[in-house]
Design a protein around this ligand. Sequence first.
Ligand code: 6PG
Length: 249
Amino acid sequence: MAPADQPRLIVVADAEALARSAAERVMARISAGPGRIAICLTGGSSPKQLYQLLGTETYRTRIPWPRVHWFIGDERFVPDSDPLNNMNVARAAFLDRDAPPSNIHPIPTTTGGPDESAAAYARELQSFYGADRLDPSKPLFDLVLMGAGPDGHTASLFPGYPALEDTDRWVVGVPKANVAPFVPRVTLTLPVLASCREMLFEIEGAGKRPVLTRLLNNENLPAARARSNGETVWLVDKAALPEDFRGGR
Ligand code: 6PG
């Protein structure tokens, strides 16, 4: 059995199975609590199939929309209508159709710069949470979705960037990304992302094999340092697994 501090590795056949498995985990987290549920979404291409699935009849009719709140773990500092905008992708795929507008919590990108935007989102998170300090016994999020970039980044926490070490602020501005798209970013910090019942990584496709190999080799990368205070799951498909991978985590 994997040690408790290691992520749980779940391997599925392919991209479709991965999206379905992620959707079922979203539903399980929603069903686990009777009250308000907070889900922190992610960007990039990895969650797109999941978002499409959550917009299908099978899932949208099962989601208790009035009690589910949707946040985003990082944002590209582009207008909210831009196709690069992470929340825009989730809105178009499934949120706009069913979620009450007040339950959608985008990172603002229309005024000031990334630092102002980060400060505004920190205030929004703190007001939702009801405190400006995180209590380990009271997770901010029920579920945090994550992806892993080619350089091992997750959210917009890039290797060697100061944002990665920030343990005071909830949200920070990142003036320049380490990978494309090279637009400024706004990202939640590691302790805030960790404040959840479950952190779920989606890692899919042969293109992710190099970074997954590094993560499985315990390299000190942001995506390996991002851990839930509860459960951390790496949901991967077979194509992303290193060829010689024998399991054993
Ligand atoms: C973003 C992200 C980022 C993403 C990884 C994986 O805004 O780009 O939130 O952390 O999850 O880069 O991206 P892909 O899914 O596109 O590989």
